[in-house]
Ligand binder design. Sequence first.
Ligand SMILES: *[C@@H]1O[C@H](CO)[C@@H](O)[C@H](O)[C@H]1NC(C)=O
Ligand SMILES: *[C@@H]1O[C@H](CO)[C@@H](O)[C@H](O)[C@H]1NC(C)=O
Ligand SMILES: *[C@@H]1O[C@H](CO)[C@@H](O)[C@H](O)[C@H]1NC(C)=O
Ligand SMILES: *[C@@H]1O[C@H](CO)[C@@H](O)[C@H](O)[C@H]1NC(C)=O
Length: 291
Amino acid sequence: MHSLLAIFTLIFTASTLQLPPALALTSCRTSCGSIDIRYPFGVDDGCGAPQFRGMFNCSSDLFFTTPSGSYKVQHIDYDKKTMVVYDPAMSTCSILQPHHDFVMTEIQSFIIRPTPDTVFALLNCSIDSPVLNHYKNLCFNFSEHSCDELYGSCNAFRVFHLLTNSSPPCCFTGYDTVKFMSMNILDCSHYTTVINVDNLKGIGPLDWVYGIKLSFSVPDAGCERCSLSGGTCGFDTETEGMVCLCSASTNATRECAAGSVTAGDGSNNFPWKFCYALVLISSVLMILLCN
Ligand SMILES: *[C@@H]1O[C@H](CO)[C@@H](O)[C@H](O)[C@H]1NC(C)=O
Ligand SMILES: *[C@@H]1O[C@H](CO)[C@@H](O)[C@H](O)[C@H]1NC(C)=O
Ligand SMILES: *[C@@H]1O[C@H](CO)[C@@H](O)[C@H](O)[C@H]1NC(C)=O
Ligand SMILES: *[C@@H]1O[C@H](CO)[C@@H](O)[C@H](O)[C@H]1NC(C)=O
């Protein structure tokens, strides 16, 4: 009985020993926390599209970095090509925090820009604010909401109301306004951002979703061909030219050679399998002889 158990244990160990080389296809992580990482994104240098290089980092959660800070990624929809990020330093209906600007690089505001259904609510603006004067027409009401509602419904914003005993001016506006004017120029002390504003008719500010929804474009660099051949799209870290990553030890320019991912690895492992078999047979013989 004991020898039989030993044999099973041996076979089991030998077969698991073979697994790791086959699983570790490339060094590109495919998830970070609960978020799937796929083309065009990557958290390891050389993975994904070079256009997004250095914008993401994975320190237990996935973060999107812009010149104004690191924003936690909450959701990526690869079909709709949208990503929702959250600025932990931003005010919301329930927390008031000192303002800071939301700034993106030129490239970012081109390839991963806030969607039209993301609204920036500028709060406690001075009466000299450009959005109350020359740029008045940049403010709008969405889904029948006025921004005064925020002062009335949100614990965080009630303070503006209390201090002055009136509602200081505010403005719902789009990303372009904050892109071209900093909070100092806008002369508003706080802001918050709300997403999916088209579906908020009849829903109060306590139940709005606060965050920024970004819409990304996917560079067409022949990634589909690489994926279909079993590879992962990446780029050369020096030239930033596209590379199709086939396995930990093979890169291709366009696509992985037919069967290189499965059959190729199998044939590479052949001598090892042979060794395992030898070890296994000799062990079995030894166990049988010793009993
Ligand atoms: C990575 O994300 C963290 C957020 O935890 C941020 O503080 C840090 O600056 C980021 N690092 C880089 C290199 O962007
Ligand atoms: C509102 O804005 C004014 C300047 O216009 C500022 O002095 C005041 O501190 C702000 N209120 C709060 C609660 O931050
Ligand atoms: C938004 O709604 C408020 C309150 O109903 C109204 O006073 C304001 O003029 C509206 N603003 C715009 C830009 O339509
Ligand atoms: C494949 O490309 C990746 C990304 O550029 C690089 O990190 C890796 O070293 C390359 N591997 C080989 C075997 O050339």
